[in-house]
Design a protein around this ligand. Structure first.
Ligand code: HSE
Length: 401
């Protein structure tokens, strides 16, 4: 029997216990041995909970129990998750996590400790909730040189943008709904400002490069400036607005960015709605492939954590290869990244905008007080210079090619 401990009995942690219990027979068969949740670590007590007897408040009980071989870290945040994970790996206990913040901050170091101590640090649940994406990048696409990843990586913002698009719903009201459904982070800023997606694309990009992509180096813009008017224009152009996280490994350097984009109906990511996430990966031999599923929520995320537990059970005493070195990747300045932009200015700026941008395509939805248009392909630097000349804008959204 393999003894498992769960750190944090919140949304994902309670999901892990539920998944292991519900699918016990299948999971044990696939793990090759019976799994048992021996401890649940939480500061709180859970009177009446069927697993209340397993709850402990002192991490040392878990750390010092030689029977515990696998730990599920579903606490989130850096403290005390970092120390707990490090101590577990140093003791030769494998750790499976949903904690993207910790993986993005300390991934390569924790992977190395696991390697040195013949155990595993696995993080399938840290990106894309229940979607298998870490495993495909690590084990399946090993014949590829992956040069592009574009993802819808945050369930909460995708849920909000979908409702704004389909129902004309109000931002704050939809955010509340997403929080009630257990999709959102404790601090909603992490979702709506794009920080969560930024950590996730940093993790995927690191696996793509085999080196460390620091999330602090990734330009990040959230969805708080997106309004119902933007969706009206998007519809007129047969497009929608999505928060995209992307990275490109090009001859001119490595580019990465998180920002809202206008995306056309023909693009496979256009129809990724609600809490669903998708990761669109380009490899030099395979071409495009896409990984799709529920990107947030209790059971989908827990399912990914438990899939890692099964992997650990199958590889006891061995470390599963993961190429993510500590060396930092140089992330290129986005000033040189080129694309078209959708722009809204006040009606009085029409002439100034036409003069600054030269060739542009007007988009008219009948808002008399505004002048809206799509630019030609411009670098970020060129766009910023021109919009400044035109006297600023109400909003501007990048257009996905
Ligand atoms: N808040 C995150 C999201 C949870 O909405 O995608 C899953 O990482």
């Amino acid at each position: 029997m393999i003894q498992v401990a769960v750190l944090g009995y919140g949304t994902v942690g309670s999901g892990v216990v539920e998944v292991i219990e519900t699918n016990k027979a299948d999971i044990n068969k696939k793990a090759g041995e019976e799994l048992n949740v021996k401890y649940i670590l939480d500061l709180r007590d859970f009177p009446g909970d069927p697993y209340e007897e397993k709850v402990v408040h002192d991490y040392n009980v878990i750390l010092n129990d030689p029977e515990v071989a696998i730990i599920c870290e579903t606490m989130g945040g850096l403290k005390p998750a970092y120390d707990f994970t490090r101590q577990a790996l140093l003791a030769g206990k494998s750790v499976c996590t949903s904690n993207k913040e910790l993986v993005a901050n300390h991934g390569p170091e924790l992977i190395q400790i696991a390697k040195d101590h013949h155990c595993n640090y696995l993080f399938e649940a840290s990106v894309g909730g229940g979607i298998p994406i870490i495993r495909p990048l690590n084990y399946s696409l090993t014949a590829e040189k992956i040069d592009g990843i574009t993802g819808i990586l945050n369930g909460t913002t995708n849920y909000i943008l979908t409702k704004m698009d389909k129902e004309g719903a109000d931002f704050a009201e939809v955010l509340k709904e997403a929080q009630d459904k257990g999709y959102a982070e404790r601090n909603p800023e992490a979702d709506v400002e794009g920080y969560d997606a930024c950590r996730k694309i940093a993790i995927l990009s690191s696996l793509m490069c085999g080196k460390n992509v620091k999330y602090e180096d990734i330009y990040t813009e959230g969805i708080t400036k997106i309004s119902s008017a933007d969706f009206k224009y998007a519809k007129q152009m047969n497009k929608s607005v999505k928060l995209l996280a992307m990275s490109r490994d090009t001859e001119d350097g490595f580019f990465a960015m998180v920002a809202p984009f206008m995306i056309s109906k023909e693009h496979p990511l256009y129809s990724v709605s609600d809490v669903f996430n998708a990761v669109y990966v380009h490899g030099n031999m395979l071409g495009d492939s896409m990984y799709y599923g529920r990107g947030a929520g209790k059971l989908p995320t827990a399912s990914a954590v438990v899939s890692d537990v099964v992997d650990c059970a199958r590889h006891q005493g061995k470390t599963i290869m993961c190429f993510w070195d500590m060396e930092n990747v140089k992330v290129a300045d986005i000033a040189d990244a080129k694309r078209k932009f959708f722009v809204r200015v006040n009606a009085g700026q029409r002439e100034a905008a036409m003069e600054a941008f030269g060739s542009l395509a007007e988009v008219n939805v009948g808002f008399a007080e505004e002048f809206a248009f799509m630019t030609q392909v411009l670098s970020e630097k060129e766009f910023n210079e021109k919009i400044e000349k035109a006297g600023g804008c109400i909003n501007r959204i990048r257009i996905m090619a």
